[in-house]
Design a protein around this ligand. Structure first.
Ligand code: SF4
Length: 314
């Protein structure tokens, strides 16, 4: 058990770094089309090819519409096609991110990342539900084992450094032994009206009675240099935002981005920056406590060129 409360379990089968890919019915590769996703996909392909389970991989891109850099969705599809993999786009039903910010009257923040849960995790879970149904329709009996694979890396932020490379995506409705043990403990605390500590909380993960879901971060320990080496070796096309100076490919204006990255993004996408500033003015809520979009725009206009763009902070 770790401080994040993630469910640490022994990797089944193949040793310390790679789960037994043959034990999963589906391998869901979450891609942003950015460099970490590209490295993750290359690494996953190596292991899935060796295990003979490439046909179980489903590449998924959570589409954030005009909050993303132009061409992101097509590039994600291009990467999946280069490996001959099935590709799915998922998106939140209803308004896009910027409209949703206006509806809610607030921007997401490092402490309240409703953008990720609403626009990425939720839609990917709906795909997982559809994949379970697909497996059942094909004759699968019992909980469907699914491996959720992501390109998160420890170097990216203090929060990501705390993550484990392999965890069970446990929940209050998962019938596995570890989740049941946690459910019993959690009920003990609840019965006494005590807060449930992290080590006793089964979590709000994707597992339930119909599916057993684990999460794997194959490039979690990789350095940025190792990532770029894998990206160049893959021979796949890289998003032009990197050549323009962006250190990461995410939402153009990510609430977790460094100030210099936001300023560079405002130089590259002034119209989108102006739309964010308008939402800021309408809602009376700043883009971020430490910096408003209006300040970012002013800085972008005053700086002819941002020489060094720092990576993300959150
Ligand atoms: S990239 Fe940043 S703003 Fe966009 S969904 Fe992720 S955390 Fe939220």
């Amino acid at each position: 058990m770790v401080s994040s409360g993630q469910l640490e379990i022994a990797l089944p089968g193949l040793g310390p770094d790679v789960p037994d890919l043959t034990s999963y019915r589906w391998i869901v590769a979450n891609v942003s089309a950015g460099k970490d996703s590209m490295a993750m996909l290359a690494e996953l392909m190596l292991h899935a090819t060796a295990a003979g389970v490439v046909d179980r991989i489903v590449v998924v891109h959570a589409d954030l519409g005009d909050a993303e850099w132009d061409g992101t969705r097509d590039l994600a599809a291009e990467h999946a096609a280069a490996y001959g993999l099935r590709f799915e786009i998922v998106a939140r039903t209803g308004s896009g991110l910027l409209d949703r910010i206006e509806e809610r009257g607030m921007f997401p923040s490092a402490d309240n990342r409703w953008c990720t849960s609403d626009f990425k995790r939720g839609p990917v879970r709906r795909l997982i539900t559809a994949l379970v149904r697909e497996a059942e329709a094909a004759g699968h009996v019992g909980p469907v084992r699914i491996l959720n694979v992501m390109g998160l890396r420890a170097e990216e932020s203090p929060a990501r450094r705390k993550l484990l490379a392999f965890t069970h995506d446990g929940s209050w409705t998962c019938p596995c032994a570890e989740c049941q043990r946690r459910q019993r403990k959690a009920k003990w605390y609840k019965a006494r009206k005590l807060p449930v500590p992290k080590h006793a909380n089964p979590g709000w993960g994707a597992s339930n009675t119909l599916r057993y879901v684990d999460t794997w971060l194959p490039v979690h320990s990789w350095s940025t240099t190792e990532v770029w080496t894998a990206v160049w070796a893959s021979g796949l096309r890289v998003h032009p935002a990197y050549a323009a100076g962006m250190p990461r490919l995410s939402c153009v204006f990510c609430v977790l981005a460094s100030r210099s990255a936001l300023v560079r993004a405002a130089q590259l996408q002034p119209e989108l920056a102006a739309r964010y500033a308008l939402v800021e003015a309408k809602t009376g809520h700043r883009f971020r406590l430490d910096v408003s979009m209006a300040e970012i725009i002013a800085e972008a206009e005053a700086s002819p060129e941002v020489a060094a763009v720092a990576c993300w902070e959150g």
